[in-house]
Design a protein around this ligand. Structure first.
Ligand code: UDP
Ligand code: MG
Length: 317
């Protein structure tokens, strides 16, 4: 029987977590018990409100295929997912939020798509009930402008990944990471599935505006070098324009004795000169930035390549 791991990250979810685990997740998985063996990986991301006690007391914890990983302090959801993926042993891995927003009813369909060959099944929210609607629309716009063409708006962290994808994912060593960004980066074809995002059962999202901005910043910086290059081009543009204007002034005013009566003052000439220097500084910064970007890429130490299949004469090895 194939084994499926379910990864759930928790941070201060004491109020809703029992309802989620025993009331939503368990009944859904029970329907599939004759088809799959489930492993539940619960990652407690340094909760301070007794979430761990609640998890331990939950019905689900009586089954022996529950693993609880507890962080010593809060490291953030991305790290919780990283730990979950690392310790999960299933043939497929599904990650789902603990707050009841991700509909467990989608799980059978996700598994079906996996059985039909999908290595990644990504859910996409149908209706956007979150308060960050505008922000997220803007985020996707900018990401696309920055050259991440295949990013899908509304794609969620509620995903299924095949063992092969998980093994590749485990090779990432970078610290500032967006799980879905990295999974997208691996490049395996994905199946998308529309689901309804529900409201949070209790409390409000722990991702406040500040954290979201930081997350967006991480995505922009880690996924794209375009911003650096744009500044370089602006610098080149400024240099070229001031050089043209400067040359014009030199010829018109000083060589030809101002036949057009433009009467360039010393200040104007100085401005042209300074703009030229500013352009020069911007270009040299962009050059420097490309070295830093190189260091950044080397430091991230991403896998050099991602293997799709290994086969000899059509036989998997
Ligand atoms: N979470 C976590 N660590 C954190 C913040 C959140 O493990 O530092 C968990 C949280 O318990 C939930 C999931 O990540 O299971 C999504 O969090 P939240 O609902 O706050 O985010 P949103 O739905 O607003 O994206
Ligand atoms: Mg949530």
């Amino acid at each position: 029987m194939k084994k499926v791991s379910i990864i759930v990250p928790f941070f201060n979810e004491a109020r809703g977590v029992k309802k989620f685990l025993d009331g939503q997740l368990t009944p859904e998985l029970e329907l599939l018990n004759n088809k799959y063996k489930f492993e539940i990986v619960l990652v407690n991301d340094g909760s301070t409100d007794g979430t761990l006690m609640v998890i331990k007391g939950a019905e689900i914890n009586r089954s022996e295929n529950v693993k609880i990983i507890s962080f010593v302090r809060n490291f953030g959801k991305e790290m919780a997912l990283a730990a979950g993926i690392k310790y999960a042993t299933g043939d497929a891995i599904i990650m789902i939020d603990a707050d009841g927003q991700h509909p467990v009813e989608a799980i059978p369909k996700m598994l079906e798509k996996w059985e039909n060959g999908a290595r990644i099944v990504t859910t996409v929210r149908r209706r956007n009930k979150t308060k960050h609607k505008l922000g997220s629309a803007l985020f996707y716009k900018i990401m696309r402008l920055l050259g991440n063409k295949n990013i899908v708006a509304g794609a969620m962290d509620f995903r299924l990944i095949d063992r092969m994808v998980a093994d590749e994912y485990n090779r990432f060593t970078e610290h500032h990471r967006i799980t879905r960004g990295l999974i997208d980066w691996l490049g395996y074809p994905q199946e998308y599935m529309l689901v309804d995002l529900k409201g949070r059962m209790y409390g409000s999202g722990t991702y406040d505006f500040r954290k979201l901005i930081a997350l967006a910043g991480d995505s922009f910086i880690s996924m794209s070098r375009t911003p650096l290059i744009i500044f370089g081009y602006v610098g080149v543009f400024i240099m070229v324009v001031s050089l043209l204007v400067g040359t014009f002034v030199l010829i018109e005013q000083y060589l030809m004795g101002d036949p057009m009566n433009l009467d360039w003052g010393a200040v104007a000439v100085m401005c042209v000169f300074i703009s030229f220097l500013i352009g020069l500084v911007m270009v040299s910064q962009a050059v420097m930035a490309s070295y830093i970007a190189r260091v950044h890429i080397e430091k991230k130490n991403r896998p050099l390549y991602v293997i799709d299949k290994k086969e000899t004469r059509g036989i998997n090895v």
